[in-house]
Design a protein around this ligand. Structure first.
Ligand code: SF4
Length: 348
């Protein structure tokens, strides 16, 4: 819902401002029509219904993987593609992967989104509407900004959306903003903003390789980014989640695990998440399971906390680095795909 338009429309109609909060509360609880908003006068509901669409996003296609992961492809009112993913876990968690931009202006080599044409920053309402789409299906309780785009390049809108996510059922502690290391954004979060979690997409512990994988590293080199993360961790008393894609023969060698452990001093400030790589058109291959386990063991021997991320939604291209405005084969328009369990998030 375009919350700015809602307020303006209510003003034009001469409705009291508290009506905006009433509408929002219904939306945040999963309402899918104005008719459900029974504490609003019938005439107001009819007017809103005629003049303000319930969502800023139109659903273009949906796909559901066998593991329950659900991806939606939306179009904004000006036709820009946006994707978001709902991940369903066996322990009952319902986690959203949200996009902050249509496409992405950064060009990380492993990422399908980075190969799309960059559209524009999304508004806070367009970000919230991704969450509300899934909230209309079922209650949700976690969110990560790991979908399309670099959230720090659109931080005002991302933070405005974060402020409202608790109404949808997603507390700040269960919200994470993932960045490729956009330093001004991290610095801003050290001082301001809601107490959401921070995730850093690292993927290499040396500048040369990282710059090759993620050109943003030339602008904001590793040492500076990690120093800002340490500062964030000290200020927020939370570890920074370090995302590390496991790429066969690229960044998965023993010496690279040692270098990563050295780079992440003090270890209390970081928690590593090793991510099996999902196929895209990049030409890169994912590491073997054995290589991922050995890498994890090498980190843990050195006192670095490390987990391996469950892979989810790969067959519907809903997994890390795969969001590229396709509802990917084999599922589309609400069908249920048949391939096996795979990886989690999208970008960064
Ligand atoms: S990984 Fe994130 S920052 Fe890099 S190109 Fe993809 S969406 Fe953009």
């Amino acid at each position: 819902m375009d919350l700015e338009r809602l307020e303006a429309l209510l003003g034009d109609i001469g409705a009291p401002p508290f009506r905006a909060s009433q509408v929002w509360r219904w939306m945040a609880r999963g309402a899918s029509s104005y008719a459900e908003m029974t504490n609003l006068p019938a005439a107001l509901r009819a007017r809103l219904d005629a003049e303000l669409p319930l969502s800023t996003l139109a659903v273009e296609a949906e796909a559901t993987a066998r593991d329950g992961t659900e991806k939606a492809l939306f179009a904004t009112a000006d036709g820009k593609p946006v994707e978001a993913v709902l991940m369903r876990y066996r322990d009952g968690r319902r986690s959203l992967c949200l996009s902050s931009q249509s496409g992405c202006p950064l060009t990380c080599t492993f990422c399908a989104t980075g190969r799309m044409r960059f559209g524009r920053n999304l508004t806070a309402s367009e970000i919230l509407d991704q969450a509300l789409h899934f909230r209309r299906i079922e209650p949700v309780d976690h969110a990560v900004f790991m979908g399309m785009g670099e959230p720090m390049l659109n931080l005002d809108a991302v933070l405005a959306a974060c402020e409202r996510l608790p109404d949808v059922g997603i507390s700040h502690r269960r919200t994470a903003i993932s960045t490729v290391g956009w330093l001004p954004g991290i610095e801003r979060l050290i001082e301001h903003g809601p107490p959401v979690r921070l995730a850093l997409s690292l993927h290499a512990a040396d500048d040369a390789l990282r710059s090759e994988l993620m050109p943003v590293n030339e602008r904001y080199p590793l040492t500076d980014v990690l120093a800002a993360c340490r500062e964030w961790s000290a200020a927020r008393r939370q570890p920074v989640f370090v995302e590390y894609l496991m790429l066969d023969g690229v960044n998965d060698r023993y010496q690279q695990a040692v270098a990563l452990a050295d780079a992440l001093e003090p270890h209390a400030a970081f928690k590593v998440n090793l991510i099996p790589y999902n196929p895209t058109e990049s030409g890169l291959r994912g590491s073997t399971r054995a290589a991922i386990q050995a890498f994890r063991d090498a980190l843990e021997e050195r006192g670095v906390r490390a987990t391996v991320r469950l892979t989810r939604g790969r067959e519907i291209e809903a997994a890390c680095g795969q969001l590229a405005a396709r509802t990917g084969p084999p599922a589309a328009a609400g069908s249920v795909a048949t391939a096996g369990p795979t990886s989690a998030l999208a970008s960064g």
